[in-house]
Design a protein around this ligand. Structure first.
Ligand code: AMP
Length: 217
């Protein structure tokens, strides 16, 4: 549980998730004191004295929340599938940062072959996807710029997130197979859910109402 007994700490990542989470937090009356794009602070205060925000790498959000260093967080389903759900609940699909996890490659890329080489950040999701098809693949773990891998001959295919498809297209690649739809989820530390139940439940239900009203517009 968070060391701050009566405080709520929310873990977010910079960029798309932060931008798209802001209106949902505003709907429950939470406004950060600083903009993480310009501030170098790692902990941002808010207009609510009992709520602060930690702004961290997207892949670290489930770790902070799972260990109770933050009570609540926002993380992509892609990140959660890689991290696992130890120590945390995933009670709400925020329907933000939506995209698709896809297999991609050159337009003429073969999906058959003895042992296809797949470059990806998403090794668990990729392994599961190809195992479900009964395909033996070699997974090559990368931390970024997956699109480069087929171009330089590091892999036959990639597994990556696709939104508009422009990044693939700009690199001469195209989507080949849809693995799953991805969006960001609200996650809650299990112990904090018990210990700070009323406060977190109110936050959850307020955000849920904001998500529903936004999607009914
Ligand atoms: P796009 O060119 O619009 O298809 O976007 C693809 C690039 O943005 C790839 O590098 C993806 O890894 C990244 N991307 C797209 N959607 C998301 C998302 N929801 N969360 C994180 N990264 C994303």
């Amino acid at each position: 549980m968070s060391k701050q007994a009566n405080k709520i700490r929310i873990a977010l990542s910079k960029g798309r998730i932060f931008k798209e989470t802001l209106p949902l937090l505003a709907a429950v009356g939470i406004e950060p004191d600083d903009d993480p794009e310009t501030s170098r602070k790692l902990i941002l205060g808010t207009n609510q004295p009992d709520v602060d925000l930690v702004v961290i790498r997207a892949t670290d959000v489930p770790t902070y929340v799972g260990h109770g260093a933050a009570d609540v967080g926002v993380a992509g389903k892609d990140v959660l599938l890689e991290h696992g759900s130890e120590g945390l609940y995933e009670p709400l699909d925020l329907r933000i940062a939506q995209c698709r996890m896809m297999v991609a490659g050159f337009p003429n890329a073969s999906m058959e072959g003895q042992r296809l080489r797949i470059a990806t950040k998403y090794i668990n999701s990729a392994r599961r996807h190809f195992a479900a098809q009964g395909k033996q693949v070699e997974i090559i773990k990368l931390y970024g710029s997956m699109e480069l891998a087929p171009i330089v001959g590091l892999s036959d295919l990639i597994v990556d997130l696709v939104e508009s498809g422009n990044t693939l297209k700009a690199n001469g690649l195209e989507p080949i197979e849809h693995i799953m739809d991805i969006s960001s989820r609200l996650i809650v530390n299990k112990a904090a859910w018990k210990m700070k139940h009323a406060r977190i439940k109110a936050l959850l239900e307020g955000v849920r109402a904001a998500v529903e009203s936004k999607n009914n517009e």
